[in-house]
Design a protein around this ligand. Structure first.
Ligand code: GUN
Ligand code: ZN
Length: 651
């Protein structure tokens, strides 16, 4: 069973239950070659803290001594490793050396019998230079073998490998069919050549295509991904597990791994590393070591660095800055930058998993930031949902970095609103921002450098042009100090009527709950309660009922029951709904969270952190809360909180 404790987009932190304990993901499994041990498994466990490793059952089977020991004592005793052991099947040997002389059933049974925790099917390694026909046939064989393996796996978890080479349709189709087979982990296979050749952009396509087809409730392993350079990127795309033989292979060639790339000892002018392996040694000492000793040191260095990067990725998922980490890492090499740019091709898919808001601010790192799904989210929701208020003249400020915009431009706004019926926009890199949306994520919670690059300027221009075709003002003008005041004097006919507080409530409600939500929610006598300290809107009351509260940190609303009833009445199902099974209803009415197992259906447009209406199959309101995941996750997972309930609705 795989349970997630945290998500950010496709990235996730999870726990995989295995016969030898719970494996926390993202996890790196060092490869242990039982015939050529570089770092003993016991040391991996005790000193490094690795809780899982991967070894090769094909090598063990073919070595009479190892075979006997594994059968007699079991794999864990043989390797002296108390943690989770995954085994591979011999497929990689076939990639390296051609055919292997073992049958799928035989190697799967062998893995099961020696007590492996996660065994692997004998899949066919689909090479990037194969024709589509040959690849498709190999995928079919792999799927047949996976089906056979699943029927004999016993108590062992089984890894069913996604193949399909660089053909996205074959990958997605393979993944979809694998999702129907009773396997437990999904490695994405056949990607080693892509990584060796630095074809990271294609790697992005392969991972995304595979993820599209897979069952989201199963962990995804990126087979052979052992370089810390790619961990952040792969985790961003939803890979949970990695394995590395590189730490040892690179060490044999005197190569040091870093998240920024690889460095050969002969090219290095110093060690500049404080990992436990390097710390007490000088460059000269390491250079003069006997080869075996040096290999041992560098292998340990490579492991420490890889482990640290996995920890860094985990922290980024928890803290909400994984995108920033990925953008920084992908600047280490042009091939990685190509991969980062390739993400733009998939932003529509990625946007579906993008949370409504994050704890961390969006930091602009370069033009690739402009293609982040979070910006697409704003673009989609603004253009679909925003309703232009009825004012005579639109004045557009530039985004000079001062935030929140309304406060930054308060003197200018006040001056214009003394006499003229103006409304205000800011031409920001995120898009056209009506001044009243200035406190909402990611508008206030984002930082851009003060000299925009050409691409950012171009984007601002495009977005403003798009808006100019849709806006409904009599006149629009860019703010230009005194000249603007003079123009307004000449043009303005109507008295001022812009009320930023009411506009804020309307605009955020439409953006957050759907076009027209403000009309439904605010139908009646509206009263706003503001914070005495900050002057920010706290509560929205309509006809004396508290319908919404506004959060200070991200500028979004939390829904109160009277507001929820209004939305329920105003929008037909499935909008904002999470339908729960009958037996859960009494618990949710008591305010208990909605667990995945009890979700019957969910609005496919719900995104993580959205406010949702928890309803019965008859569309009766049962509770209100915040969605923790998208619909497909709710329906796929058997454990985990689907909706954090804030309030139950008693009958
Ligand atoms: N190790 C690296 N790539 C692969 C793969 O595609 N299949 C298997 N079984 N092992 C691998
Ligand atoms: Zn080091």
């Amino acid at each position: 069973m795989f349970e997630l404790t945290r998500r950010d987009g496709l990235a996730r932190i999870g726990k995989l239950e295995t016969p030898h304990g719970v494996l926390e993901t993202p996890a790196l499994l060092p490869v242990v070659n039982p015939r050529l041990v570089t770092v003993p498994p016991r040391e991996l466990y005790d000193r490094f803290g690795f809780r899982a490793l991967i070894t090769n059952s094909y090598i063990i089977r073919n070595d009479p001594k190892l075979n006997e020991a594994a059968r007699r004592d079991g794999l864990h005793a043989m390797l002296d490793f108390p943690g989770v052991i995954m085994t591979d099947s011999g497929t990689f040997q076939s990639h390296m050396y051609g055919e292997v002389e073992v049958k799928n059933e035989e190697i799967v049974s062998f893995q099961r019998d020696i007590g492996t925790d996660i065994g692997t099917v004998l899949d066919i390694f689909t090479e990037p230079d194969w024709s589509k026909e040959r690849t498709a046939e190999a995928v079919d064989v792999t799927l047949d073998r996976t089906q056979d393996a699943a029927s004999i796996k016993g108590g062992m978890l089984l890894a069913g490998v996604v193949q399909g080479s660089i053909f996205p349709d074959l990958r997605e189709n393979c993944a979809r069919r694998l999702a129907l087979i009773d396997v437990d982990v999904h490695p994405i296979g056949g990607v080693v050549p892509l990584m060796e050749q630095y074809r990271f952009a294609e790697l992005v396509d392969v991972i995304v295509a595979s993820k599209k087809g897979l069952d989201p409730s199963r962990p995804v392993h990126l087979f052979g991904a052992g370089h810390p350079m790619v961990f952040a990127l792969a985790a961003l795309l939803g890979c949970d597990m990695f394995d590395s033989a590189s730490y040892a292979k690179f060490a044999r060639d005197d190569r040091f791994m870093f998240p920024e790339g690889t460095a050969s000892l002969s090219d290095m002018k110093g060690i500049h590393c404080h990992c436990p392996a390097c710390a007490s040694h000088t460059y000269e000492e390491i250079s003069k070591m006997a080869p075996a000793e040096r290999t041992a040191l560098i292998a340990r260095h490579n492991l420490w660095v890889s482990l640290e990067e996995i920890e860094r990725v985990k922290r980024a998922i928890l803290e909400g800055d994984l995108w920033e980490l990925v953008e920084r890492r992908c600047r280490a090499h042009p091939a990685l930058l190509s991969a980062l740019r390739r993400l733009a091709d998939h932003k529509g898919y990625l946007e579906r998993f993008e949370p409504l808001s994050r704890d961390n601010s969006l930091l602009y790192t370069g033009i690739e930031t402009l293609d982040r799904p979070v910006l697409l989210r704003y673009e989609k929701r603004f253009f679909d949902r925003y309703q232009y208020p009825d004012h005579e003249i639109m004045v557009v400020f530039e985004d000079d970095g001062g935030k929140p915009f309304a406060r930054h431009y308060a003197p200018q706004i006040r001056e214009m609103l003394e006499k003229y019926d103006t409304h205000f926009f800011v031409a920001s890199p995120i898009g056209p921002v009506p001044i009243e949306l200035d406190e909402m994520y990611p508008i206030a919670q984002s930082l851009f450098p003060d000299r925009p690059d050409l691409e950012t300027k171009e984007r601002i221009k495009e977005q403003m042009e798009h808006m100019s075709h849709e806006q409904t003002y009599s006149v629009g003008m860019a703010y230009d100090g005194e000249a603007t005041m003079q123009a307004l004097e000449m043009m303005s006919q109507r008295p001022p009527s812009f009320d930023i507080d009411l506009a804020r409530v309307k605009a955020v409600a439409d953006y957050q709950f759907g076009r027209g939500a403000s009309a439904v929610l605010l139908d009646g006598k509206v009263k706003l309660v503001k914070s005495e300290n900050t002057g920010k809107i706290r509560n929205v009351l309509v006809d004396g009922e508290h319908i919404l509260s506004m959060r200070a940190n991200d500028g979004f609303f939390t829904l109160r029951p009277p507001g929820a009833f209004r939305l329920l009445k105003g929008f037909p199902a499935p909008h904002m709904r999470v339908v729960v099974k009958d037996d859960a209803i009494p618990f949710n009415r008591e305010g208990k969270n909605v667990f995945c197992a009890f979700v019957e259906e969910c609005d496919p447009d719900v995104v993580p952190m959205d406010e949702v209406l928890v309803v019965s199959s008859k569309d009766e309101l049962v509770a209100i809360g915040r969605a923790m995941m998208v619909r497909d996750d709710m329906l796929a997972f058997r454990t985990g909180i689907a909706v954090k309930v804030r309030e139950g609705i008693k009958k």
